[in-house]
Design a protein around this ligand. Structure first.
Ligand code: G1P
Length: 296
């Protein structure tokens, strides 16, 4: 019986090719693109650790070695900084390697998000687990993941995060049809569809990249045929769980109203970098003054 088991593991799919950022990602993983002074992926790992998930599995692939290096110790660099007495930088360099045990498994073939998540089955075993996608950064002050873990514990199903989007944008996301649950802040997900055409979407509620999943999703993924774009879609597996009955079925949604930054394409990445930079105490105010002048 999985109901009530604590979530302790996070899975971070990071095998995507990053074609939207070529040529920057020709020789570098897209997850390493800097957001101010840390690679985007570090924000995601830090979010998982803040939520108490210190056992992290990253699904990587060919050309992703920089991810492992980033989260590993770098004794040569650390010694140089130590000799220089540069304690601040030394602390920042060490921070990334102190984020708890990171594990890695390669996806092997780029067969979609559902296929990537399925690669985590052996590591995760028979426990609910979190999935964090690197394109979505959630503001540090929000506790979305903790809320989702609580909903998972209470419902025993799987939990997705949703945001309201302009109906014209829904075709870039998974989309959910939901029903409110009396007396609760979460909703019940009736059905899900991956990247529907604007006119065919059941709602304007878009799936964002945070999930807390019941392990029965693995069995469902094994039997999920390729869907949208010829890829095995996590959304399709969740649709099966939403429509199913019995242990592990049932999908619930937490509608997120907080701050989220999208780093998924060039324009939204630039907006994310500027927003996050403008909030840094070291130079945020100066940046905002400069931006005003630049616009004028
Ligand atoms: C994936 C999911 C999609 C979700 C999105 C959130 O799509 O398949 O359902 O809405 O992440 O970022 P991708 O952006 O990887 O194409």
């Amino acid at each position: 019986m999985t109901l009530g088991k604590a979530v302790t593991k996070a899975v971070i799919p990071a095998a995507g090719l990053g074609t939207r950022f070529l040529p920057a990602t020709k020789a570098m993983p897209k997850e390493m693109l800097p957001v101010v002074d840390r690679p985007a992926i570090q924000y995601v790992v830090e979010e998982a650790v803040r939520a108490g998930l210190e056992d992290i599995l990253m699904i990587t692939g060919r050309g992703k070695r920089a991810l492992e290096d980033h989260f590993d110790r770098e004794p040569g660099l650390e010694r140089t900084l130590e000799l220089k007495g540069d304690r601040d930088r030394l602390a920042m360099v060490r921070e990334a390697s102190e984020l708890g045990p990171l594990h890695y498994v390669r996806q092997g073939e780029p067969k979609g998000l559902g296929h990537a998540v399925l690669r985590a089955s052996q590591h995760v075993g028979d426990e609910p687990f979190a999935v964090l996608l690197g394109d979505d950064l959630i503001d540090e002050a929000e506790d979305l993941l903790t809320t989702m873990m609580e909903v998972q514990r209470r419902t025993g199903g799987s939990v997705i995060a949703l945001i309201e989007v302009d109906p014209a944008q829904i075709s870039a996301y998974g989309c959910a049809d939901v029903t409110p649950v009396a007396g609760e802040t979460y909703v019940r997900v009736n059905s899900l569809v991956e990247k529907p055409a604007a006119g065919e979407a059941p709602s304007n509620l878009a799936v964002i990249g945070r999930y807390v999943l019941h392990p029965s999703v693995f069995e469902v993924l094994e039997d999920t045929p390729p869907g949208r774009g010829g890829e095995i879609q996590l959304t399709d597996a969740l649709q099966t769980l939403a429509a199913g009955e019995g242990e592990g079925s049932g999908v619930y949604g937490v509608v997120f109203k907080g701050r989220r930054y999208d780093t998924g394409d060039k324009l939204s990445y630039l907006k994310a970098v500027i927003t996050i930079a403008s909030e840094r105490v070291e130079f945020g105010e100066e940046l905002k003054i400069w931006l005003k002048g630049f616009i004028n």
